[in-house]
Design a protein around this ligand. Sequence first.
Ligand SMILES: [Zn+2]
Length: 244
Amino acid sequence: MIKLQRSAKPGFLDHAKVIELTDKFIQTQDSVWNHQEIKRNLLSSSYEKCAYCECLLTEESKYMEVEHFRDKKHNPLLVVIWNNLLPACKRCNGKKGTHDVDVEPIVNPYDDDPSDHLYSKNYRLKPKTTEGSNTIDSLSLNDRERLVMARFDIGEKVQELVGTASERLESFINQPSMIRRNKLVDIVENLLKESQRRSEYAACTASVLIGDNEFQNIISEMKRLRLWDSSLDALYNEADSIKL
Ligand SMILES: [Zn+2]
């Protein structure tokens, strides 16, 4: 889970429309929030990922659902209130169900910084706070099949590439050339690009990469050899800002 910024409320969702749709929901229980503009604006604010588990929502099997942070059973007046809506995958939306966040608060990535409440260890999320613990439990964020294994696969790939980057660094130090330099810079750049906000499971990938001592040694050496520039620094800072 990464910190997100809300996008602008869709233009059509003015005060009169909110009242009209809320009344309709109360009378008919229709999914009045299923509107293209609502979905589009929510998706763009989460880099097209589930706001909770960070799976990509563009894949057919994980299509996006409009999640109500304060659930619609206990809070029918909030069904189309913009700040109450999040983009979520079918799994997270289903797991959370009618969990009442006013009784057992959970992390809202649009309002809270997940890193204040969660940390990552062995591809699992661990709680720092009660809200963190409630978040992991209510959303089943350590679901082995769907989440831990997916994070593990990406994390293993990252560590393998860090090993290759080390070899490329050694090769450059032993026999400097432009080709060797470019190969080293390319692989480090690609590793950092996998750990940006828009990447799937970015919080976990960034935690693995930034927390890897071998990777930190590579960076120190690249700085010493003057191979580190402002674009790599910008990528590093974004990865560092989303790690858990
Ligand atoms: Zn999800």
